[in-house]
Design a protein around this ligand. Structure first.
Ligand SMILES: Cc1cc2nc3c(=O)[nH]c(=O)nc-3n(C[C@H](O)[C@H](O)[C@H](O)COP(=O)(O)OP(=O)(O)OC[C@H]3O[C@@H](n4cnc5c(N)ncnc54)[C@H](O)[C@@H]3O)c2cc1C
Ligand code: SF4
Length: 565
């Protein structure tokens, strides 16, 4: 039987993989996209305006639903009774934590990945991030600068649709924006308080459509975003890149297919991938001229570390020994929460327009000089509040029965809470490797995490708690408290670094085009290439860097570096 060979295989259909397959398919390449889980179906898998009282378990889901699964830990926010039954989240493939590590690895295996449910914050990185090592002497610069990347950020923003304003902040280059999201009453109060203590509070860069955009309807502000958008009014592969790629008729999409490894030819170049068909539990091989890994940061490293051969005894394209190293993350946690007494007695209004924050405090530390603070680099803060579905402040109120309910209602429109987003620095002790003893239920060696917070981000955490004390005072608020410790590592879902890019093949896994130094027909399209973490989120940059990588790959097809199938 003749073997089908594709021009390209793309592993993963999330923000990175979805963008790669759209661009390659639209350029005329025959692409096989392989996705670990099932097809995501908005009509069945999203919230569809149901309320918690419409659901048997009030939104939390059947407590026994994960019984018998290899990885039983439920995931917060995005995994809930709304999508129960669709098997969108990964609970078959377990992972290990080295003693002392408590990494929380949330995975959405449905097509479109985590961006079905993401928070949509979409700020640009700048030279303050790319050249941070030059500024403060720590770590490595990125192999690119802002002038080179800025057109790709524009291209990504124009495609995704990002709402914001021009702000002229030194740490946050401005982009090409749709009109900003409307503000709530509490946003103006926070902004005024922030002004008094020198902390900026500005519209976030939010990939939510404040106007109709590229054939997608304008947002109707139902506030359901983290449970999936019924109409596609924020960027997600499910509504954007996957339909675009399918329209080209050049896409073969294989679902419920868990990639185990990249397979190589006699010269050590990528020949295709081997995956496990979840329904039959059988191994299947697919072949292509080029392989693109976009399985999300740490899973891409997992596949590569498991791709061992005589050419690549420690994992494919790992001659530098950097594969799996330099794992970075955002430290998350609430450095302060409380309420605004001036809003007591205000009627509840439908102001939960984004199911997250519409504004944020972009980095304001270490801007004049890189070492003004006790820590280097800087963090940002999101403020949540308003009339959401659930009164998250319930734990702050004492009592029970009618009085308790009355108090919950009394505080309903008044509560506000902060969320810090503090980048870690690359460290030789933060990395992933393969657990030498444990295999998952499909026989694939498990990924193992080694990760601890270090002093720099913990100093940011302490700093942010003092800022919240000052802010609540300045805005006339009452502070109820702060988290006693940061959230578990991994919570942010913004991990970076395990296949970092760079100019030197001895110290990096890929070149500046995200093409692996060792295996020229193997590319990476996710945040694993980012050599360090910034105070900004990763998804819009994943889309922008993927667009740029695919453009370079297409040039390589044109100039004969890669041959068509
Ligand atoms: C609640 C929430 C809020 C968030 N908020 C923000 C935010 O405000 N801003 C921001 O920038 N980011 C945010 N994120 C993070 C954002 O969603 C991710 O950065 C982004 O989706 C990553 O895209 P990805 O394509 O790299 O990975 P994923 O979305 O994880 O996609 C990976 C894909 O690969 C597939 N896959 C994985 N392993 C395999 C395998 N072995 N074989 C075959 N296929 C495989 C999966 O099925 C999936 O389709 C948030 C995420 C969540 C869940
Ligand atoms: S608020 Fe807007 S983007 Fe969010 S789910 Fe509703 S319509 Fe979609």
């Amino acid at each position: 039987m003749a073997t089908n060979i594709y021009d390209a295989i793309v592993v993963g259909t999330g923000a990175g993989g979805g963008t790669a397959m759209k661009i390659l398919c639209e350029a005329g390449l025959k692409v096989c996209a392989i996705n670990s889980g099932p097809r995501t179906n908005p009509a069945k898998d999203y919230r569809r305006h149901r309320h918690v009282y419409d659901l048997k378990y009030r939104g939390y889901g059947n407590p026994l639903r994960l019984e018998g699964k290899a990885h039983q830990e439920p995931y917060s926010v995005e995994e809930s009774e709304y999508s129960e039954g669709s098997d969108l989240f990964e609970h078959d493939v377990a992972y290990s934590n080295e003693p002392g590590t408590d990494w929380y690895w949330k995975r959405c295996k449905g097509t479109g990945g985590k961006a079905n449910f993401w928070g949509r914050s979409s700020a640009r990185f700048g030279d303050i991030d790319f050249k941070a090592a030059d500024l403060d002497g720590f770590g490595e610069n990125w192999p690119v600068d802002y002038a080179e990347i800025s057109p790709w950020f524009s291209k990504a923003e124009r495609y995704m649709g990002v709402a914001s304003t021009i702000q002229n902040r030194p740490s946050n280059p401005d982009g090409e924006y749709l009109p900003p999201m409307p503000w709530r009453c509490l946003d103006y109060i926070i902004q005024k308080g922030g002004e008094k203590i020198g902390v900026p509070y500005l519209p976030d860069r939010c990939a939510q459509l404040t106007t109709a955009h590229n054939g997608h309807p304008a947002c109707h502000y139902c506030g359901n975003c983290s449970r999936g958008c019924d109409v596609g009014s924020f960027f997600s592969p499910t509504w954007f890149t996957i339909p675009d790629a399918e329209a080209s008729k050049n896409l073969t999409l294989v679902t419920n297919a868990l990639v185990r490894s990249v397979i190589v030819d006699e010269s050590g170049m990528a020949k295709g991938v081997s995956y496990i068909d979840r329904s039959t539990k059988k191994d299947v091989e697919v072949y292509a001229k080029v392989v693109v890994l976009a399985a999300s940061c740490v899973e891409t490293a997992h596949i590569m570390l498991n791709s061992k051969s005589s050419h690549w005894p420690t994992g494919i394209a790992n001659s530098s020994g950097q594969l799996g190293r330099n794992l970075c993350d955002h430290l998350y946690g609430s450095p302060g929460y409380g309420y605004l007494p001036q809003l007591l007695g205000q009627p509840a209004t439908p102001d939960d327009i984004a199911d997250s924050t519409v504004a944020w405090m972009p980095r304001w530390q270490n801007l004049k000089s890189p070492k003004e603070e006790k820590f280097i680099r800087g963090y940002s803060v999101y403020m949540g509040g308003g009339c959401g579905d659930f009164p998250g402040y319930y734990g702050q109120i004492e009592g029970f029965g009618t009085k308790y309910k009355r108090d919950i209602k009394r505080y309903y429109p008044t509560s506000v809470g902060a969320l810090i987003q503090a980048p870690t620095l690359p460290s030789p002790t933060n990395y992933v490797d393969i657990d030498p003893e444990k295999k998952d239920i499909f026989g694939i060696p498990q990924l193992r995490f080694h990760f601890q917070w270090s002093q720099n981000e913990l100093l940011m955490w302490e700093h942010s708690k003092q800022v919240m004390i000052d802010l609540f005072k300045a805005m006339g608020g009452e502070l109820w408290g702060a988290d006693s410790e940061p959230n578990r590592p991994g919570t942010s879902l913004h991990e970076t670094g395990v296949c970092r890019f760079g100019s030197d093949p001895k110290t990096s896994v890929t070149n500046k085009w995200a093409q692996t130094h060792d295996v020229t027909n193997l590319y990476i399209c996710d945040a694993s290439i980012f050599p360090s973490c910034t105070d900004k989120t990763t998804t819009m940059p994943i889309v922008a860097f993927t667009m740029r990588t695919c453009d370079q790959m297409l040039s390589n097809f044109k100039n004969g570096v890669h041959k068509r199938a």
